[in-house]
Design a protein around this ligand. Structure first.
Ligand code: NAD
Ligand code: ZN
Ligand code: ZN
Length: 389
């Protein structure tokens, strides 16, 4: 089959690789009909996630048709259309029983590597480094889905484009908003208007936020935030001071909750950006937490910091004093996607949201490399690329 493979820093290539096979009784094989490129893939593309190997099949946002099931998969049959969540979860371990699916204790065969770096290992993820399981991803014609009796959700009737993002970015944005514990009248600020930020904004509105302030530097992304996702105000951080503007917009108090939908490769100005870039280049710091620091400084006392942007390792100049003295609550995590599939599919079916609003580019799987470049460099006002087989 054809699959999009990581071939080193800034290089992906669609190559011929062996077809996936059923390895365990709870596996299913899915023929991928739609897949997407995620901001998380850019961290791999840019070489910031360790333990990638040449030839690894990328992709963790995908859906398709079940073409084969192992003997232990009773709830799916050949021909079913399914969306597959990006964390792989067994459904039975202590973490899964607590609905913390992205922390499944049984799905990462290489847990020891992650344990060295983080103390414990999160779940295995599709197409996301050997440290997180070394699973082949879904930017391919076919994918092997472990624990297929737990993860995938059947979808009927709705087109791929409306349900594909249940695999990751819609639940991720939703969890980001849910972690804010939104109360009537709340003002939520969202750093980053990439696809994840857009769903955080839309979800904050769905969950009852009175105002949602979107922050980025690309006018077309800010426009989408306002016109499609429902942001009530936007801030272009290249044109004005985010901290000053947020105070001004909130009567001097600051947002009730701040969502970081940017992550480890934040962009910025001034000395601190040069500092983080230099330390990152020398591998003395793994991540550039520019939006994170700003969110901590901006948040009102007693507020919530919700971090859905991905971080890989260790950061410098973390404002622990402000975090502590302002009694902020920090909530974060890889998304426990399985928890959100049913309720969010219901919202799509009820017409409360049409997640396809983020799609700007539709390419063929063979054009994956072009898609990565376009998404990375924001060419042609690229927001989200969907690949079809
Ligand atoms: P993206 O790269 O398209 O979006 C990032 C946006 O942040 C860009 O629009 C960029 O201009 C903006 N940005 C950069 N620096 C900024 C700053 N200092 N202030 C404000 N905005 C800034 O990617 P995406 O697909 O939207 O993903 C966003 C993040 O979410 C990534 O880190 C990704 O890995 C992460 N993610 C997390 C999960 C999870 O499970 N928690 C799931 C999916 C994606
Ligand atoms: Zn993703
Ligand atoms: Zn589990």
């Amino acid at each position: 089959m054809k699959a999009n493979c990581w071939m080193g820093k800034k290089k992906v290539e669609v190559r011929d690789v062996p077809d996936p096979k059923i390895l365990n009784s709870r596996d299913a094989i899915v023929r991928v009909t739609s897949t997407a490129i995620c901001g998380s893939d850019l961290h791999l593309y840019n070489g910031f996630i360790p333990t990638m190997e040449r030839g690894d099949v990328l992709g963790h946002e995908f859906m398709g048709e079940v073409v084969e099931t192992g003997s232990g998969v009773k709830n799916l049959k050949v021909g079913d259309r399914v969306v597959v969540p990006f964390p792989i979860a067994c459904g039975a371990c202590n973490m899964c029983q607590r609905d913390l699916f992205s922390l499944c204790e049984n799905s990462n065969p290489n847990a020891w590597i992650a344990e060295k770096l983080m103390g414990h290992s999160p779940a295995g993820l599709f197409g996301y480094s050997h440290m997180l399981g070394g699973y082949a991803g879904g930017q391919a014609e076919y994918a092997r889905v472990p624990f297929a009796d737990v993860g995938p959700i059947k979808v009927n009737g709705l087109p791929d484009e409306q349900v594909l993002f249940l695999s990751d970015i819609f639940p991720t944005g939703y969890m980001g908003a849910e972690m804010c514990n939104i109360q009537p009248g709340d003002v939520i600020a969202v750093w980053g208007c990439g696809p994840v930020g857009q769903f955080a904004i839309a979800s904050a509105k769905l969950l009852g936020a009175e105002r949602v302030i979107a922050i980025d530097r690309f006018p077309y992304r800010l426009r989408m935030a306002a016109e499609k996702a429902g942001a009530t105000e936007t801030i272009n951080y290249e044109q004005e001071s985010v901290l000053e503007r947020l105070l001004e917009l909130t009567g001097g108090r600051g947002p009730d909750a701040c969502i970081d939908a940017v992550g480890m490769e934040a962009h910025g100005h001034a000395a601190i950006y040069a500092y983080d870039r230099a330390k990152q280049a020398l591998m003395l710091e793994s991540d550039r937490p520019i939006a994170l620091r700003e969110a901590i400084m901006a948040c009102r006392p007693g507020g919530v910091l919700s971090v859905i942007g991905v971080y890989g390792g260790f950061i410098d100049k973390f404002p622990m004093g402000p975090l502590m003295n302002k009694s902020l609550t920090v909530r974060t995590g890889q998304t426990h996607v399985q928890r959100y599939l049913r309720p969010l599919l219901d919202r799509i079916e009820r017409g409360e949201i049409d997640p396809s609003f983020v799609i700007t580019h539709r390419l063929r799987l063979e054009e994956a490399s072009e898609g990565f470049e376009m998404f990375l460099h924001k060419r042609d006002n690229c927001e989200k690329v969907v690949l079809t087989a």
